[in-house]
Design a protein around this ligand. Structure first.
Ligand code: FES
Ligand SMILES: [Fe+2]
Length: 393
């Protein structure tokens, strides 16, 4: 894969700034404001960060049945996600091989083929070009010198895991299983195969840079100020780094809106409810760059953040529960309580994010760095280092 221009990290961040970010968290300075506020930096990320590694672009339920297909645009890249007749999820660049029209513009179901609406070139759900109507003239569908076999939709390397559809645009990332293994290693006692998608989803507009979406989530420092309903300071808080795959936080929280629902927990907790009113340990994984897996004691929430512009990051969230509790009618109200609790916490962050996004622009003009709490914000610090690692690679 080649890129049009040749933006590089050094055009935006000096060697001295990188060195200051690399210091231990107690002394380090954060990414400069332009990393959040400059559209050109976002373009650098679109070219050099999002195509590398594994990017979350959809949920498997978006293409629940064979013949389903949806157009998806994530981080400035346009895809077709489809499920072929064999039931496999396939992802293609949404670009016609004739003269580069968008092939799929609306979701569809029961499709046998996908037809470009400019000149009718037609592809099957494995991306093969199967028809070129009138290519050679009236009622003549072939043309010498044009080999249909070499003009299929360009497939994007993809993987499914925990209901996510991930892609690796440049095709050079490690196998997905190797990439995600550090997450599994962090929670060896959690049997994620017990979780089921409930059908519950939410979506929201995050009016800030995609990195703020991660950074506002991966610390508990702000909880008493912004989300007082989640309780006081957790003594078990940990911010961690899992190689270049994720940053995470482990914590215990009060969940007043949905404690004692009777939802089944992961088996190792055996319905354990602590007397101090806090949850069992929860682990929130921020899988770089744009996926979140929040492993609670009785449910799992996943997020996909879509970095569409330097200051705009729509997000989708999906809720998973243990076994039959994911869809059992008896637990419907419990599931909805969980969903509503997450919505109310998320909405408390939105106004802050809007202000911080604006301030990143101003502080850049003023040359003002940011700092970290080494106790509460190691994951924020790790995350910013991973961003730089990926842009330097
Ligand atoms: S651009 Fe798609 S058929 Fe011509
Ligand atoms: Fe928050």
């Amino acid at each position: 894969m080649s890129v049009i221009s040749d933006l590089s990290l050094e055009d935006f961040i000096s060697a001295e700034q990188i060195a200051r970010l690399r210091r231990p968290a107690n002394e380090a300075e954060g990414l400069p404001g332009r990393a959040y506020a400059d559209p050109a930096f976002h373009e650098l990320e679109r070219q050099k960060l999002f195509p590398r590694g594994w990017l979350a672009i959809a949920y498997e339920s978006d293409v629940a049945a064979p013949g389903d297909a949806v157009p998806v645009s994530v981080a400035g890249w346009d895809f077709i996600v489809t499920r072929n007749r064999a039931g496999e999820v396939k992802v293609f660049h949404n670009i016609c091989r004739h003269r580069s029209m968008t092939v799929l513009t609306e979701p569809c179901t029961k499709a046998q083929t996908l037809q470009c609406r400019w000149h009718g070139w037609t592809y099957d759900l494995n991306g093969r070009l199967v028809a070129t109507p009138d290519l050679g003239g009236v009622a003549s569908n072939e043309q010498p010198g044009l080999e249909k076999a070499s003009l299929g939709l360009h497939e994007v390397r993809s993987a499914t895991w925990m209901h996510f559809v991930f892609v690796n645009i440049d095709g050079k990332a490690e196998p997905f299983g190797d990439f995600i293994q550090p997450v599994l290693d962090r929670i060896p006692d959690h049997d994620l195969s017990l979780t089921r998608f409930s059908g519950l989803t939410t979506s929201a507009q995050f009016d800030g840079n995609w990195k703020l979406a991660i950074e506002t989530g991966c610390e508990d420092y702000h909880l008493p100020w912004v989300h007082p309903q989640l309780g006081g300071r957790s003594e078990v808080f940990k911010g961690e780094r899992g190689g270049n795959t994720y940053v995470s936080i482990a914590s215990r929280r009060v969940m007043p809106e949905y404690r004692n629902t009777g939802l089944p927990m992961f088996p190792q907790f055996s319905g354990k409810v602590a007397e101090d009113g806090l949850s069992n340990e929860i682990v929130l994984f921020f899988i770089v760059p744009n996926a979140i897996l929040a492993v609670m004691d009785d449910h799992v929430v996943t997020n996909i953040y879509n970095p569409v512009a330097h200051d705009r990051t729509p997000t989708r969230r999906a809720f998973h529960f243990i076994g039959d509790a994911a869809t059992d009618e008896a637990h419907r109200a419990d599931r909805e309580k969980v969903r509503d609790g997450w919505i109310s916490v998320g909405e408390q962050d939105f106004p802050l994010v809007r202000e911080v996004q604006t301030k990143h622009g101003q502080r850049d003009e003023l040359g003002m760095p940011t700092r970290f709490s080494a106790y509460w914000e190691p994951a924020v610090h790790h995350f910013q280092n991973i961003v730089v690692d990926r842009l330097m690679a």
